[in-house]
Ligand binder design. Structure first.
Ligand code: ATP
Ligand code: MG
Ligand code: MG
Length: 550
């Protein structure tokens, strides 16, 4: 199977172990705590954690909190919760990059002393201009040849708050003519008078990602620093920092392609806008693909692991169909969850020859494919609710459900024959009438005759009223995610439908995150935010029909 063969990262790791480059494996997941994690991050988490498991190594959880502008503690907590939920266990290896600010500062001083870094007074615009382009080499800064002494003094001044934001930066002294623009004296440190959530006001200079990240990896003795493809061009700089700072351990950066899902929104900027404009109900709105949203919708860690494994790891950019994620949750829940009856668009069915006031309890299997889930008793009586679409006064061809004169099976119960219906003054059907045949009781082995249709139902007197939310894609798939003219999102106006429905009383004890198969309607999960014991709210995770084939 796909999971037994080795992906390209595993091949590289095994080569490194074989050749003695490393004698152990240590990976990390380094999120910036500036937002909620999404399905793409799940891939990175499970990949890094999985590799550590597979090679008996270590997995580090590290908050890459070196940029104080956008980071918040709220996100630290949500990220931890999401990672734990996914099942990645960092043990006692929880780190904050900001704990290494002293080490980073020392590294910068070392580079200055080696003549490998200098303080530059050019403005951000000038630096950009001097940097050149892909076809044009860069121009050296007039401050590039400052003496070591002067650089040490200016850098210390930077640290001591002598300069305003943007007035001076520390730059690596590499090569302004390098074909790789990242190597043209990149910025290592900038001045930013800001309070950091961890270090407070201790620092007014902060390291840039390309400088900080390799140091974080080297300090923690990470062996394989796995990141996404857009950092491939940064690898020479990553290696330069590790080498020039003279770490005794050199981590190795390996890049893989980001996970993209078709027709979903993952960009933080867009999700933020949807949240702020109240188009969605927070970062965990079940229509989103943040990990919190997937959890709330009813996805399981197992289904996400299966999904990530099916996606595989590659260097080639591609998009995965959302239907594959749906396939995974169906596969996971199929044998695990009970199959119960709920009527989402109720209309009353009266069995005119059934004794008035009588209630009988009928046995029903909880899961036809998994006997271990046992059986339950479902109340039955003279008045039931059925789906409105399961009755038609004038049926088209091949309609095998209820219509005058036709007989169907009520699931787990009896055959009933439709005798007619009642309507209101507008001609809408309000009640369907039928008669039942006591001989045909389910489980008695009745073989006298056959019917073509089976419909589900809920007994009216004991039915529990509940709310269901049916989802469609947040994005109008025909139009694509973004509007070509103004970059706005092409939203699907029907992405959420809320319905009042009836469920069988066996649902009464359903708790947040419990999930069920609603017969013929799909898998549903009790909403963790809005459901109450006396007012259940269910989110449809996925319908039963699939367009996806493995
Ligand atoms: P976004 O742009 O969606 O916010 P990010 O890369 O800025 O993502 P980080 O917090 O920096 O978010 O990411 C933490 C880790 O997750 C990084 O190692 C990054 O490479 C990885 N990652 C982010 N997005 C994806 C994705 N779509 N697929 C796989 N890995 C991802
Ligand atoms: Mg980010
Ligand atoms: Mg990032």
């Amino acid at each position: 199977t796909a999971t037994e063969s080795r992906n390209f990262i595993e091949q590289e790791i095994e080569k490194d172990l074989r050749e003695g480059v490393y004698d152990h494996v240590c990976t990390r997941f380094p999120p910036e705590p500036n937002g909620y994690l999404h399905i793409g991050h799940a891939k990175s988490i499970l990949l890094n954690y999985g590799l550590a498991q597979k090679y008996n190594g270590e997995f580090h959880m590290r908050f890459d909190d070196t940029n104080p502008t956008k980071e918040r503690m709220e996100f630290v907590d949500s990220i931890k919760e999401d990672i734990q939920w996914l099942g990645a266990d960092w043990g006692d290896h929880l780190y904050f990059a900001s704990d290494y600010f002293d080490v980073m500062y020392e590294c910068a001083v070392k580079l200055i002393k080696k003549g490998k870094a200098y303080v530059c007074d050019l403005t951000p615009d000038e630096i950009r201009e001097y940097r050149g382009t892909l076809t044009e080499p860069g121009k050296e800064s007039p401050y590039r040849n400052r003496s070591v002494e002067e650089n040490l003094e200016l850098f210390e001044n930077m640290k001591n708050g002598v300069y305003k934001d943007g007035e001076k930066v520390l730059r690596a002294r590499i090569d302004m003519a390098s074909p790789n623009i990242n190597m043209r004296d990149p910025i290592l440190y900038r001045v930013a008078h800001m309070t950091h959530h961890n270090t407070g006001d201790k620092w007014c200079i902060y390291p840039m990602y390309d400088f900080a990240h390799p140091i974080e990896d080297a300090v923690e003795k990470i062996t394989h620093s796995i990141c996404t493809l857009e950092f491939e061009d940064h690898r020479p700089l990553y290696d330069w920092v590790v080498r020039e700072c003279e770490f005794d351990h050199g981590p190795r950066q390996i890049e893989f392609a980001k996970l993209y899902l078709t027709n979903v929104v993952t960009g933080k900027r867009y999700i933020k806008k949807l949240v702020e404009e109240k188009i969605v109900d927070g970062w965990d709105d079940p229509r989103l693909v943040s990990i919190a949203a997937l959890r709330r919708r009813g996805f399981t860690p197992e289904s996400i692991r299966m999904f990530v494994e099916l996606c595989g790891v590659s260097k080639a950019q591609s998009s995965v169909d959302y239907a594959m994620l749906e396939y995974c949750i169906r596969e996971d829940l199929k044998l695990k969850r009970p199959r119960m009856m709920a009527v989402l668009d109720p209309i009353k069915l009266v069995i005119d020859n059934y004794p008035e006031g009588e209630v009988e309890y009928l046995e029903a299997d909880n899961n036809l494919e998994n006997e271990a889930l046992g059986k339950r008793m479902v109340p039955f009586g003279r008045e039931l609710y059925i789906e409105r679409e399961d009755f038609m006064e004038e049926p088209p061809k091949k309609y095998f459900r209820l219509f005058p004169g036709n007989e169907v099976r009520l699931m787990n119960a009896y055959f009933v024959k439709c005798t007619g219906c009642e309507k209101d003054e507008n001609g809408n059907v309000t009640v369907v009438h039928c008669t039942y045949d006591p001989e045909t009781k389910c489980g008695t082995g009745f073989t006298g005759r056959k019917v073509k249709g089976t419909i589900h139902w809920v007994a009216a007197p004991t039915a529990v009223k509940a709310t269901v939310r049916l989802y469609e894609n947040l994005i109008d798939e025909e139009k694509g995610v973004y509007n070509k003219e103004d970059g706005s999102l092409n939203l699907n106006p029907n992405s959420l439908e809320v319905r009042e429905c009836y469920v069988e009383p066996n649902f009464q004890d359903a708790k947040a995150y419990d999930s069920f198969q609603f017969v013929r309607q799909g898998y549903f999960c009790v909403d963790s935010k809005d459901s109450r014991p006396d007012a259940l709210v269910f989110n449809r995770i996925v319908s039963l029909k699939s367009s996806f084939k493995l």
